[in-house]
Design a protein. Structure first.
Length: 119
């Protein structure tokens, strides 16, 4: 299973970016998908998660600014980021809890995409 993330880049404070992450490979089912981030010198932290039925969970620091969504038919998760702040600067990683045909579950990670918020 591979997760390919894209959409990062440089944006000014107050701007917007949309990240996407597509899962491919031997996938029988996907449960939770999510986004995490790691800023320089800090530990990886949860940004947002979404269940296969659309229930969402957000870190307090991004509530009201970020929106997570998914397209189950495309095995893809999105993160719409608005009102970006310099403290949102980090490498963003997507994740997916994937079952194979034997219903064995594993969490897979994307390669990370850099988001830089700076003027």
């Amino acid at each position: 299973v591979q997760l390919q993330a894209c959409g990062g880049g440089l944006v000014q404070p107050g701007g917007s970016l949309r990240l996407s992450c597509a899962a491919s490979g031997s996938i029988f089912s996907i449960n939770d998908m999510g986004w995490y981030r790691q800023a320089p010198g800090k530990q990886r932290e949860l940004v947002a998660t979404i269940t296969r039925f659309g229930s969402t969970n957000y870190a307090d620091s991004v509530k009201g600014r970020f929106t997570i969504s998914r397209d189950n038919a495309k095995n893809t998760v999105y993160l719409q980021m608005n009102s970006l702040k310099p403290e949102d600067t980090a490498v963003y990683y997507c994740s997916a809890d994937v079952a194979d045909v034997a219903w064995r579950w594993n969490r897979y990670w994307g390669q990370g995409t850099l988001v830089t918020v700076s003027s």
